[in-house]
Design a protein around this ligand. Structure first.
Ligand code: THU
Length: 131
């Protein structure tokens, strides 16, 4: 956790650094996520896989659960990237988990040419399930 507001590029760098802790011996895809809260704190997450494959969890959800379990629920943006510097889009399950806390969070990653790309969650998961 850090205490500054940062650029998209810097948030991606923090996410990539977090990906180094990924536990992904089955897929070999090491993902890192860095979540910026509204008050400028950063929580990271990595994917953690399991030999019972369905128990594996994505980096984005770990980042959200890390933030929530530390008392933070208002989020501005999340950066997602692999340890190799490849951009990835959040899976559907992670979009639903992000939607629990914010309609407007920005999702930041890289395109195939390594340009920073940014989406609003509401555009990636319109009409999210809500109770
Ligand atoms: N993964 C993530 O961490 N985030 C995503 O949004 C998509 C997929 C992970 C899960 C699994 O450990 C590996 O990438 C391959 O699916």
């Amino acid at each position: 956790m850090q205490e500054t507001d940062l650029s998209d590029e810097k948030l991606l760098e923090i996410a990539r650094n977090a990906a180094r802790n990924s536990y992904a011996p089955y897929s070999n895809i090491h993902v890192g996520a860095a979540l910026l809260t509204e008050d400028g704190k950063i929580f990271t997450g990595t994917n953690v896989e399991n030999s019972s494959y369905g128990l594996s969890i994505c980096a984005e959800r770990v980042a959200v659960f890390n933030a929530v379990s530390n008392g933070y629920k208002k989020f501005k943006k999340i950066a997602i990237i692999t340890s190799e510097g490849k951009g990835i889009m959040p899976c559907g399950a992670c979009r639903q988990v992000l939607a629990e806390f914010s309609n407007n969070i920005h999702i930041i990653t890289l395109d195939k040419d390594s340009n920073v790309i940014k989406f609003k969650l509401n555009d990636l998961l319109p009409h999210a399930f809500r109770l």
